[in-house]
Design a protein around this ligand. Structure first.
Ligand code: FES
Length: 124
């Protein structure tokens, strides 16, 4: 169609797919390794794969319930914003490698994260 620019569409073949290894602090859960596409967040991958990661604000950088620890690949994800830092500070047991799962958007390369025990949120 004249005037229609279709070059903004990205096919699956053109999409960069990386790996995310997810470890769990909760007892009895084995680590898993899953594909993560460029532009996808750790929260997205968890929800797509039935992994429980709280997300009370719906993934818009407005709470701290999706708190995760990034063990490897911090350079491969979107940089932390001031707003995210504020929420990370309010998370339970924040560490130097704490991030919000919904803001851990992969840009380039594999990552490894650990999910804190989510049982603290049960019933909330
Ligand atoms: S789900 Fe609320 S900040 Fe990630």
């Amino acid at each position: 169609m004249p005037g229609t620019n279709v070059s903004n569409f990205v096919t699956f073949a053109e999409m960069n797919i990386f790996k995310v290894k997810i470890n769990f602090e909760a007892k009895g859960l084995e680590s898993v390794e899953l594909p993560i596409a460029e532009g996808e967040s750790v929260l997205d991958v968890c929800l797509e794969n039935g992994i429980e990661l709280q997300h009370n604000c719906g993934g818009v950088n407005g709470c701290s319930t999706c708190h995760v620890y990034v063990n490897k690949g911090m350079d491969n994800i979107q940089e932390i914003s001031d707003k995210e830092e504020d929420f990370v500070d309010r998370a339970v047991n924040p560490r130097i490698n704490s991030r919000l799962g919904c803001q851990c958007v992969v840009l380039d390369g594999d990552i490894e994260v650990t999910l804190p025990d989510q049982s603290q949120f049960l019933g909330h």
